[in-house]
Design a binder for this molecule. Structure first.
Ligand SMILES: *Cc1c(COP(=O)(O)O)cnc(C)c1O
Length: 343
């Protein structure tokens, strides 16, 4: 299998380039059409389409990789489908049948496989999304939805250690809310606090539960974890935390390597204390887009703690490399994470 070299190089900015085709399916009163694949092009919508007004809009973010033998693998497609279904249920939207999702995405990536980059840290980003299209302007659960998926080549993201601020004024999600759903509004609500943090010289915010304990929840639009002593510590899943596929993959790897893993509450004050004792050795965000985004400095209250430089022995580096090796066919796919299509 000879991979094609015809695709243009992706632009430096993440999300700046799309591939040639897109996938479309519609759901009308609970009944799904088959999917179709056509050229990437604008969508025509009524200005009264419910999703534009009342927020029934969810998405996924996934990746396909160029394997060393030239074929293409899509990472953990089943788990992304499951989460898409949970997001849909929380937003009163229809659950797309697994076969429609899986076969559709495989066909789309196969069609544009020349767009899957070869550089080891590059990949083809896949963006499935679903939104309400019924044309009426009274608040209601939509009877009609459009499912669309497009893809685009992306390079590696975030090389340097981030300077983050423990956010103590704004929150991303509240108990009982929609923080665990991958819905568009969660991102809209996060933009303003993130912009304020950037104006103050930070790269990202570390979201907390809003309590005085400042229990950490996520890092920007990623999950977050810390290495304290020899233990990997990450906030336990709840309805305010997105159940990341990268998070699950890293926890699986850590456990397989015999590393102690704790999913629990972790207060920003505990980080300050562990940093003071010298036991806080790693802090990183993790998610599909960046895989790992190491954190270099954390500001909390009036203090700022600095993480030690990462060595090649750091867990986050080794886990990222191992994950990359699995995706590219350099390490055995022990957990059945790859869906392989011919490229
Ligand atoms: C998508 C997302 C993540 C990361 O999930 P992955 O499946 O690892 O990409 C984390 N937090 C939020 C808020 C997200 O939307």
């Amino acid at each position: 299998m000879t991979p094609s070299h015809t695709a243009p190089a992706p632009q430096a900015a993440f999300g700046g380039t799309v591939s040639d085709h897109m996938l479309t399916a519609v759901c009308n009163r609970g009944s799904w059409s088959d999917y179709s694949i056509g050229p990437f092009e604008p969508i025509s919508l009524s200005p009264t389409a419910l999703g534009l007004h009342y927020g029934q809009s969810i998405f996924e973010g996934m990746k396909a990789f160029r394997m060393v033998d030239g074929s293409v693998s899509i990472f953990r497609i089943d788990r992304h489908w499951q989460r898409f279904g949970r997001s849909a249920q929380r937003m009163c939207m229809p659950v797309i049948p697994e076969q429609l999702f899986t076969e559709g995405l495989k066909a789309l990536v196969g069609r544009d496989s020349a767009w899957v980059p070869e550089a080891p840290e590059a990949s083809l980003y896949i963006r499935p999304f679903l939104f309400a299209t019924e044309a009426r302007f009274g608040v209601a659960i939509s009877e009609e939805y459009l499912f669309n998926t497009f893809t685009g080549p992306v390079q590696r993201l975030y090389a340097k250690g981030l300077r983050v601020k423990v956010e103590d004024r704004y929150i991303r999600a509240a108990p009982g809310g929609v923080g665990a759903a991958k819905c568009a509004g969660n991102y809209g609500g996060a933009l303003y606090p993130t912009q304020l943090a950037k104006e103050a010289g930070f790269d990202q915010v570390l979201w907390t539960d809003g309590s005085d304990e400042l229990n950490i929840e996520e890092s920007g639009t990623m999950n977050v974890a810390f290495v304290i002593g020899d233990t990997l510590v990450t906030p336990a899943l709840s309805d305010t935390i997105l159940d990341g596929v990268t998070r699950d993959s890293f926890l699986t790897i850590a456990r397989a390597w015999g590393m102690p893993v704790e999913e629990r509450k972790i207060s920003a004050w505990e980080l300050v204390e562990a940093s003071g004792r010298g036991t806080l050795t790693e802090a990183f965000g993790f998610g599909t887009a960046a895989v790992v985004a190491p954190i270099g400095q954390i500001a909390v209250g009036g203090k700022e703690i600095t993480l030690p430089e990462l060595t090649d022995a750091a867990f986050c580096r080794r886990a990222k490399q191992y994950l990359s090796d699995i995706r590219r066919g350099l390490a055995e796919d022990l957990y059945g994470w790859n869906t392989i299509i011919q490229g």
